[in-house]
Write a protein that binds this ligand. Structure first.
Ligand code: B16
Ligand code: MG
Length: 222
């Protein structure tokens, strides 16, 4: 299997663990403190987007301008609330099917990497006791550009010296799927097929999924 599939790259929030709901809660509270509310539909636009770019999107949607100092304060306040929300998170919050899937990939000796926009990624992987599975972590502390730019995924293939078209990206966000497609990775959407229609294939979650199935998608990609 390793000859055909070079590596698997997992997004974190919404793929490995459901921190997406905590990001939503913390951003929404911040928005409300600025006199602006938003719903889950708008929140889809924030998924996979860096902290700074998320705040820019919220402010532009709300028509609010902040001074540089207030912008920095708002970012810090959102992250403080988010860290509070995830502080008691443990391995019980790993999403369905993730652990057995990672174990199967290990058995096949397929390198496992993280490709997350989050600057809190390492802390979260440690907290949910999955960090040992990851051969390489590419995260928000290492990139200049937010998804849909593929930089965070390309750091992984550069690190291993691999071709993107032989690697699979698992993503819950539209912007992450676009990032994977742009750089010619095989994209597996995790979540709602109507929202992630651009992905090569969409799984509701990883429950009962077999890594061998990935070979079909790689072959179709050519
Ligand atoms: P942080 P992912 C992304 O993580 C989240 O989807 C996005 O909502 C968040 O703003 C971004 O990380 C930055 O996170 O504030 O923790 O640095 O989905 O790419 O794993
Ligand atoms: Mg995500």
């Amino acid at each position: 299997m390793k000859q055909h599939l070079s590596a698997c790259i997992f997004d974190l929030d919404g793929v490995i663990v459901d921190t997406a709901k905590y990001h939503f809660q913390a951003w929404r509270n911040l928005g409300q403190s600025l006199g602006f509310d938003f719903n889950e539909q708008f929140n889809e636009k924030l998924k996979g987007v860096s902290r700074v770019d998320s705040l820019k999107l919220i402010l532009s949607h709300a028509g609010i301008t902040l001074s540089d100092q207030d912008f920095a304060k708002a970012l810090a306040s959102k992250n403080e609330e988010y860290l509070g929300l995830i502080s008691s998170m443990d391995k019980d919050e790993i999403l369905p099917g993730v652990l057995p899937y990672l174990i199967k990939l290990c058995k096949h000796n397929i390198p496992i990497a993280l490709g997350s926009a989050s600057k809190n990624a390492r802390k979260i992987l440690q907290q949910i006791e999955l960090i040992e599975f990851f051969d390489f972590i590419s995260d928000g502390t290492m990139v200049q550009r937010s998804k849909p730019d593929p930089e965070v995924f390309l750091l992984v293939t550069e690190h291993f010296g691999l071709e993107p078209k032989k690697c699979v990206v698992f993503e819950d966000s539209i912007k992450g799927v676009i990032a994977a497609n742009t750089a010619d990775f095989v994209s597996i959407g995790i979540g709602d097929a109507n929202i992630l229609e651009m992905a090569d294939v969409v799984y509701e979650n990883l429950l009962g999924k077999e890594p061998e199935m990935l070979l079909n998608y790689l072959n179709k990609k050519g």
